[in-house]
Ligand binder design. Structure first.
Ligand SMILES: [Zn+2]
Length: 231
């Protein structure tokens, strides 16, 4: 048996029927599965992570009728304080948080189905007071599904520890790729135009680009077809 959410199926001969759980069935709320499902949506900047997260939010809320909560780091105020907003302009309400307190217990009591964390790599000190990895574990253990989205690497190519840890533990990892601003091929890296500064510097297209590994490492390299042979 895996920890995947049980699905309805006829028991095979000689097996005890397993308990079947459906979150929405005939308009009535069903019991939660015993353990939540962890999804990670990651990739470089401009790869569509927020759009993918918003799609999942809308599907959970409107398509499946689930009760959801959406959280984002409080200091990420590029677009709107209480929303997550994609570069294309899609939006969903979100709560900007700097600490956690009793939120997990409250959401368990309120039978929340899915919790979303946007820009999860920033849920760490000094921006966030709390252990996000333990918080996610607790939610999963209470049968709440969790979707975490964020950058997998900083502009120097170093993995963000939070998302690296979560990707390892996830039931599903959706790694998105962007389009290299130099050559148009799929990109997995975030390129910082200034090439200086700390690991975290909030910015958009004025500061960052999505690039393939070759143009991230050697920005001005002229390509010949041979350089991409086999990629
Ligand atoms: Zn490129």
């Amino acid at each position: 048996m895996t920890k995947d959410k049980p699905v309805q199926s006829a028991p095979e001969a000689g097996q005890q029927p397993t308990q079947t759980v459906s979150l929405v069935e005939g308009g009535e709320r069903q019991p939660k599965p015993p353990y939540g499902h962890l999804s990670v949506v990651c990739g470089p900047m401009f790869a569509g992570k927020t759009t993918e997260t918003l799609k999942r939010i809308l599907w959970a809320k409107n398509g499946r009728g689930q009760s959801i909560r959406v959280f984002k780091p409080a200091f990420d105020q590029r677009y709107a304080r209480l929303q997550i907003v994609s570069h294309e302009g899609l939006a969903a309400d979100a709560e900007a948080v700097v600490d956690w307190d009793q939120r997990s217990q409250t959401m368990i009591e309120e039978s929340i189905d899915v919790v979303f964390f946007d820009e999860v790599q920033f849920f760490e000190s000094p921006n966030f007071r709390g252990d996000i990895l333990q918080i996610v574990e607790d939610l999963l253990a209470a049968g709440i599904d969790v979707v975490c989205s964020g950058l997998d690497m900083d502009w120097q190519g170093k993995p963000f520890p939070i998302i690296a840890h979560m990707a390892a533990k996830a039931d599903e990892v959706h790694k998105l790729r962007g389009v290299c601003t130099v050559c148009g091929r799929p990109s997995t890296k975030t390129y910082k135009k200034t090439g200086s500064g700390g690991q975290i510097e909030i910015g958009g297209a004025e500061l960052y680009e999505s690039r393939c590994t070759i143009h991230w490492a050697v920005p001005d390299l002229e390509l010949t077809p041979d350089l991409f042979y086999g990629r």
